[in-house]
Write a protein that binds this ligand. Structure first.
Ligand SMILES: N[C@@H](CCC(=O)N[C@@H](CS)C(=O)NCC(=O)O)C(=O)O
Length: 217
């Protein structure tokens, strides 16, 4: 049974699921919807009205972390560490990364300078916390790619774009995460996890939001 991923082209949570599908070599279909104008069939199957949704036959899965664990478990070898405590810590780190996505969104959409600076400080502090837990590299746990890397690749891709286009360096003073971003950006699954026009779509969405960040240009 070929799974179908319901996607929105600039969603970092969907991107996590695309990366694992590609890493595992799973054959899948992808259906794009417009979240500003979601179709009724989507609202009928998505409990939170959010993407990603993974449709496996008649079964609907939602929440990127749940989808990724399912795909990981059913397509061995697992990308999770086998030690239960380490695995639990990795899951917590993935949840931390979900929150980081939300805070980056708040930063991008912040309307005034004070609010924008507060979000920049918050995001930088959160990234510093991840840096403090990071292994010797090249991946979060060390030598092997894990579900944590899969979960953070979309965040790091967006931070690199913010750096390139707005000269907003949220990775300043965080050498391990800088190296991590560079490693992941070269990985085929990460490069192929977005549509070719992704950078422009992401930047267009920032322009449309009319946040303070646009004054940095
Ligand atoms: N916790 C969810 C977050 C998913 C999420 O926030 N998706 C956004 C797009 S990036 C969405 O579908 N938003 C639609 C809405 O909130 O109405 C996950 O990990 O899958």
């Amino acid at each position: 049974m070929k799974p179908e991923l319901i996607s929105f082209k600039i969603c970092p949570f969907v991107q996590r699921s695309v990366i694992i599908l590609l890493e595992k070599g799973i054959d899948f279909d992808i259906t794009y919807i417009d979240l500003k104008n979601p179709p009724d069939w989507f609202l009928g199957i998505s409990p939170f009205g959010k993407v990603p949704i993974l449709r496996c036959g008649d079964t609907i899965l939602f929440e990127s972390a749940v989808i990724n664990e399912y795909l990981d478990e059913t397509n061995p070898p697992s990308l999770h560490p086998s030690d239960a405590l380490l695995k639990a810590q990795n899951r917590a780190c993935i949840e931390f990364g979900s929150n980081l996505n939300m805070d980056i969104h708040a930063l991008i959409t912040a309307k005034d300078k004070g609010e924008f600076n507060e979000w920049c400080n918050k995001v930088h502090g959160e990234l510093a916390r991840v840096e403090s837990k990071f292994s010797q590299g090249p991946f979060y746990n060390g030598d092997a790619l894990s579900l944590v890397d899969v979960a953070y690749a979309p965040v790091l891709m967006r931070l690199q774009l913010l750096q390139k286009h707005f000269r907003l360096d949220l990775l300043d003073g965080l050498p391990k995460i800088q190296a991590w971003a560079s490693t992941l950006s070269k990985r085929e699954s990460v490069q192929n996890s977005v549509v070719p026009e992704f950078p422009q779509l992401f930047l267009d969405s920032i322009t449309a939001n009319k946040g303070h960040i646009n004054t940095l240009l």
